[in-house]
Design a protein around this ligand. Structure first.
Ligand code: BTN
Length: 265
C-alpha cells in the first residue's frame, strides 16, 4: 500500500510522454544513494533511460566528495545514459540536464530558475537542485553515465544543518505550494529527453547558449574552490568543453574544470 506523501509510479507512468527517459523505473522507499544503485544496474546492462528513484537517501552523494542531504519530500533520482559520444564529451551532459531542470521550473511553476556553473540550479540565488554525473569509460568510449539529480521539491529547508539553510531553498518554499512531484518529474523527463537528444545529435553549442542565457554568472566576480585551490576572478565565459573561463586580477585567464564557483556578493 502506498502511504500518503509517497511517489506514485502509476501517476508518473500515466501520460509520460517520453520514448526512453523513465520508461523503466526502480523505486525505493530508502536507498543509500540512487547513483550507486543506478551504477549497479547500468553495469548489469539496463537500458538507457532507466531511472532509480528514492523517497530518502541515507548516503546521498554530492560533488567533490560532499554528502547530499536527502530527506522525504525531495526528488532524488538517477538516470542511466549511454550516449554514443567520446569520453571527453561526458562532462557536457550536466549542462543539458541543468537547462532542462531550469526550464521545467520556469514553465510549470513560473519561477525564475537560473543555471550556475558547473551544475546547479538556483532560485533567488539559492540552490534548489544539484547534479552529479558519474561516468564509466573504457579507452575513449563511454560505457554509461549515471546522472544523479537532487531537487529540493517539498523538503523543509529548516531541517537542514544551519550552515546550509542560508544557501538553499525548495520549490515549495519559493512557490508557496506543495509541488505535485509526479507531475514535475514527468515534465522534467520529457524536457530532459529533448535536450539529451539534442546533445547526442551534436548540438551542444545550442544547449550551451541556452545555458548561458539562463545564468547570472557571466561578468561577475566569483570565488572558485576546487579540491586543491581557491582563487577569485571574473567569470567571463563557459567554453565548448564546459570549462569556466575566469579572468584573474593580473589579466591572465584560467580554464576551470572540476570546482565550485560562487558569485561574490
Ligand atoms: C551536488 O550539487 O553536489 C550534486 C548533488 C547530487 C544529488 C543527487 S540526489 C540523487 C543522486 N544520488 C546521489 O547520491 N546523488 C545524486
Amino acid at each position: 500500500m502506498k502511504e500518503k506523501g509517497q511517489l506514485s509510479l502509476e501517476k508518473i507512468r500515466n501520460g509520460l510522454e517520453t520514448r526512453f527517459m523513465g520508461q523503466r523505473i526502480f523505486y525505493f522507499e530508502e536507498a543509500a544513494s540512487t547513483n550507486d544503485l543506478a551504477k549497479e544496474l547500468a553495469g548489469k546492462g539496463f537500458e538507457e533511460g532507466t531511472l532509480v528513484v528514492a523517497e530518502t537517501q541515507t548516503h546521498g552523494k554530492g560533488r567533490l566528495g560532499r554528502r547530499w542531504i536527502s530527506p522525504r519530500g525531495g526528488i532524488w533520482f538517477s538516470v542511466i545514459l549511454r550516449p554514443a559520444v567520446g569520453s571527453k564529451d561526458a562532462p557536457k551532459i550536466v549542462f543539458m540536464a541543468a537547462v532542462a531542470i531550469a526550464k521545467t521550473i520556469r514553465k510549470m511553476l513560473r519561477l525564475t530558475a537560473k543555471t550556475k556553473w558547473p551544475n546547479d540550479v538556483l532560485i533567488h540565488n539559492k540552490k534548489v537542485c544539484g547534479l552529479l554525473a558519474e561516468t564509466s569509460i573504457s579507452e575513449d568510449n563511454i560505457n554509461f553515465v549515471v546522472l544523479g539529480i537532487g531537487i529540493n521539491a517539498n523538503v523543509d529547508t529548516n531541517a537542514f544543518p544551519k550552515e546550509l539553510t542560508g544557501s538553499l531553498t525548495s520549490l515549495k518554499k519559493e512557490s508557496k505550494r506543495e509541488i505535485p512531484r509526479e507531475e514535475f518529474l514527468q515534465a522534467l523527463l520529457k524536457e530532459m529527453e529533448h535536450y539529451y537528444n539534442e546533445f547526442t545529435r551534436g548540438r551542444f553549442a545550442r544547449i550551451l547558449e541556452e545555458w548561458k542565457s539562463l545564468t547570472d554568472m557571466m561578468g561577475k566576480d566569483v570565488e572558485v574552490v576546487s579540491l586543491d585551490e581557491r582563487f577569485g576572478g571574473k567569470a567571463i565565459d563557459v567554453d565548448q568543453d564546459g570549462a569556466l573561463i575566469v579572468k584573474l586580477e593580473d589579466e591572465s585567464v584560467k580554464r576551470v574544470f572540476s570546482a565550485d564557483a560562487s558569485i561574490r556578493l
